[in-house]
Ligand binder design. Structure first.
Ligand code: ATP
Length: 438
């Protein structure tokens, strides 16, 4: 992980937030490469959900919501983690993570195992961030930063039904920030207090929920593979009765094998009619659906797919990071899928003379209308290749003296380092066929 964290900083993927002030714990900023990668991941998810399903609509709800939303959803009463303090070293741990955490005094032991440890009994700690709306900091103005994006979908259920005229089964998708005052954030961007979620709530007739749960499970696992994650690094973790959230009838996590162990990257939940029924009860507004074919009203069941964008981004980086011997040197290469790679192609004039830079600049200008590409004429071509390998650029296009003769260029593929000559005029098509998310 240390090598990856340092590459992320050096090559402009991820920086510590407010670094010049010493940083802010668990908060991170995405740099030029990071923001491209993140946008590409979001776009792959959005396309997979909304473009590829004509029965899924999108929304973008506000982060601040009516405080009653969080009473109805159960978050005010129950969105808590059990917290234990160590009175000896003042560290705090999530009670359910103690066994896998490190004692700050003796990292080879778990908290409580060192003879000086003095762990308290677990006490519940609400993870929601509170803030105040308006100028007066009194109780009436307390609002929360949303701890999940899902509730913005539930409270808009009828608005979407009425405006889009969708019929069940149908879904609503959303990408947005969520905030949790995590007891123990860590492992770089794996667990942070501010993060982005990509969630989809699929509304179905009660009784059809189990079938849809299985369909979404299969589809979501396939998506992780489609964006390039190695299948052998992914597995399912079914939730046992003690792990199930208060709203869930069934839940499966997609887990990835990180250097720090198998961890959840996405949850698929059968939320039943819990959320809509609770909002109906707390708001006093009817939130049922009229099934015209059956001539009956009912509160739909919900299958939820919930994935953290930052966690997927970390997964793609961990999965892609490779070091390999290339001649005398160790080559660091990010084998990112071309669909999500921040830069799709680098355009490199072999030398800075004979009109080659002008031709390369012309190719860059032509390609940049469709893709994020990068022109580089500094240092030897070998060094330029290495720089692109490190940020995962799948194709390097080199303009050389042969280009002057027959208007062809070489295209070097990142993973195999194989080179082929193609006509410069064929580049747009060549790239489009390889980097598109279909
Ligand atoms: P955990 O048990 O790890 O705290 P959770 O089961 O509470 O996670 P969910 O509420 O199911 O997580 O959230 C759905 C997804 O949102 C997770 O699979 C993860 O990808 C992402 N996520 C949740 N909490 C965080 C966080 N603190 N930082 C980054 N991503 C998060």
């Amino acid at each position: 992980m240390d090598k990856l964290v340092s590459l992320c900083k050096r090559r402009g993927f991820i920086f510590q937030s407010s670094e010049v002030y010493g940083g802010l714990n668990s908060c991170y900023d995405y740099g030029p490469m990071g923001v491209e990668l993140k946008n590409n991941i979001k776009s792959c998810w959005w396309r997979a959900m909304t473009y590829h399903h004509d029965n899924i609509e999108g929304v973008d709800a506000s982060i601040l919501m009516h405080p009653r939303v969080w009473e109805a959803s159960g978050h005010v009463a129950g969105f808590t983690d059990p917290l234990v303090d160590c009175k000896a070293c003042k560290a705090r741990f999530r009670a359910d993570h103690v066994a896998t955490s490190q004692c700050p005094r003796k990292p080879s032991k778990a908290p409580g195992e060192h003879h000086e440890c003095k762990l308290t009994e677990p006490r519940l700690f609400n993870l929601m961030f509170k803030t105040f709306m308006g100028p007066v900091e009194d109780q009436a103005a307390v609002v929360f930063l949303r701890p999940e994006t899902a509730q913005g979908i539930f409270v808009n259920f009828l608005n979407v039904v009425n405006s889009s005229r969708q019929k069940l089964p149908f879904g609503i998708a959303q990408i947005g920030k969520a905030f949790r005052n995590e007891v123990t954030p860590g492992n770089f961007i794996f667990r942070t207090r501010e993060f982005e979620q990509m969630e989809m709530q699929f509304f179905v007739r009660p009784g059809e929920d189990e079938e849809w749960f299985e369909k979404w499970r299969a589809e979501r696992l396939a998506w992780h593979q489609e964006i390039g994650i190695r299948p052998e690094k992914l597995r399912w973790h079914p939730h046992g009765p003690s792990e199930l959230a208060h709203y869930a009838k069934a839940a499966f996590d997609v887990e990835y094998e990180f250097p720090f162990g198998w961890q959840e990257i996405e949850g698929i939940h059968n939320r039943t009619d819990f959320d809509l029924a609770r909002h109906q009860e707390y708001s006093g507004k009817r939130l049922s659906y009229f099934d015209e074919a059956r001539k009956e009203h009912y509160v739909p069941y919900v299958i939820e797919t919930s994935v953290g964008c930052d966690r997927v981004l970390l997964t793609t980086l961990v999965d892609a990071y490779h070091e390999e011997q290339a001649g005398e040197e160790v080559r660091v290469v990010l084998r990112l899928s071309p669909k999500i790679a921040p830069i799709k192609a680098a355009i490199l004039p072999l030398v800075k003379k004979d009109g080659l830079p002008e031709i390369a600049a012309g190719i860059t200008k032509d390609l940049m209308r469709d893709h994020r590409v990068f022109y580089d004429d500094v240092a030897s071509v070998g060094k330029r290749y290495r720089r692109q390998d490190e940020v995962g650029t799948p194709y390097c296009i080199t303009v050389d003296s042969q280009t002057l003769v027959d208007q062809t260029v070489t295209v070097r593929e990142r993973d195999t380092m194989a080179q082929e000559r193609i006509a410069a005029t064929a580049l747009r098509e060549y790239l489009a066929a390889r980097v598109r998310f279909d």
